[in-house]
Design a protein around this ligand. Structure first.
Ligand SMILES: NC(=O)c1ccc[n+]([C@@H]2O[C@H](COP(=O)([O-])OP(=O)(O)OC[C@H]3O[C@@H](n4cnc5c(N)ncnc54)[C@H](OP(=O)(O)O)[C@@H]3O)[C@@H](O)[C@H]2O)c1
Length: 327
């Protein structure tokens, strides 16, 4: 098969479409013929040598894909050859074939085409596991989504609205904020010009946000604690603004607030399978009803993976997700 290789850590030009050995399934795994993979910000870090795959996982980038089941392991009973699926991967998606634990495979939601389905597993599992399973967002609460125009953000806005929450977002331009509004965002904050703490307080009669989904890490930690409502929950999923910040415990304690941080890629297979099962039963019906839609900026041929990385690296260019279609 062919797959994208990272010839050496570096810029987008190190991504090349080359020959690789075909993967074989273990007893609890399946091999997929990949129709498409989607691009994640973590892939950029992996390409630079700063986010290596977990032990035993392919060096080929790619955290999600769609395709058809090509081979099933001896102990897999619920998937058959030829089924159209999408999958949450620990790596290996930028390829013609990939091996994945059967528990990380999802059906393609009805109404979504096979290629577009590649854009769903990572955002769906990340948003559902953090906003719902970890932070417990419920109807009537306020959700603050940082980076509302990104892959995660565009999905989180829609999930928040579907759950009956009020959704505030940050983004880097008026144009991106208006596109977030089209997805249902209620409170629009330009992070280059406005202070999100002030804006969220103003929009909530001073209460603040019940749940914050954060991509910035250290840079936003003090202000994310400030913006929390009483009993608020801050979930950090990204460290685009650094890893070490200062946490004001007195402020957190006064609010009975919760700060947590999670990763999807490095969780044990069993935990990922539990999240995938929740997504299939709770979130897929919302996708099938059209309440939560895949937001795809562009579909490129996989040989142009380097161009896709360049696009994602340019701030403010991509709204939603980029997909790489295999030949
Ligand atoms: N922990 C996990 O399991 C997990 C899983 C998936 C993703 N993630 C992380 O989640 C984050 C988002 O992923 P993604 O796929 O959505 O990436 P993405 O599509 O590249 O989006 C990144 C977003 O960051 C925004 N941003 C940049 N500077 C900002 C600032 N100062 N304040 C607020 N937002 C800012 C950008 O907004 P503008 O473009 O409007 O400037 C952009 O929308 C990444 O850090 C990723 O690594 C974590």
């Amino acid at each position: 098969m062919r797959a994208i290789s990272v010839s050496e850590p570096g810029g987008p030009e190190v991504l090349t479409w080359t020959e690789h050995p075909d993967p074989r399934p273990g007893p609890d795994e399946v091999v997929l013929d990949v129709a498409a993979a989607a691009v994640n910000r973590a892939d950029l870090l992996q390409r630079k040598g700063r986010y290596p795959p977990p032990a035993g996982v392919s060096e080929v980038p790619g955290l999600e894909c769609s395709g058809t089941v090509a081979e099933v392991g001896d102990r897999v009973t619920d998937l058959t050859v030829g089924a159209a699926v999408c999958a949450l991967l620990a790596g290996g998606g930028y390829a013609q074939r990939v091996v994945v634990p059967a528990g990380q495979v999802l059906p393609v939601p009805s109404g979504v085409d096979l290629v577009t389905a590649a854009s769903l597993p990572e955002v769906a599992c990340t948003v559902w596991s953090n906003v719902v399973l970890t932070a417990g967002l419920v109807a009537g609460e306020t959700l603050l989504v940082h980076g509302g125009a990104g892959g995660i953000g565009t999905h989180a806005i829609q999930v928040g609205k579907a759950l009956g929450a009020r959704v505030a977002v940050t983004a880097g331009s008026a144009e991106r904020l208006s596109r977030c509004a089209e997805l249902g965002a209620d409170v629009l904050i330009n992070y280059r010009e406005q202070d999100f703490v002030e804006e969220v307080r103003a929009a909530t009669d001073g209460r603040g946000a019940d749940v914050v989904l954060d991509n910035m890490g250290a840079k936003y930690l003090p202000r994310n604690v400030s913006v929390l409502a009483r009993n608020g929950r801050l979930v950090v999923i990204g460290m685009q603004g650094g890893v070490t910040g200062e946490l004001n415990l007195a402020e957190l304690l006064g609010k009975c607030g919760l700060v947590t941080a999670t990763t999807l890629r490095h969780r044990p297979v069993e935990e990922k399978a539990a999240i995938v099962a929740e997504v299939a039963t709770q979130l897929w019906p919302l996708v099938e009803a059209g309440t939560v839609r895949p937001i795809v900026h562009e579909i490129l041929p996989i040989e142009r993976a380097a161009d896709a990385h360049r696009m994602l690296e340019r701030s403010g260019e991509v709204f939603g997700k980029l997909i790489l279609r295999t030949p």
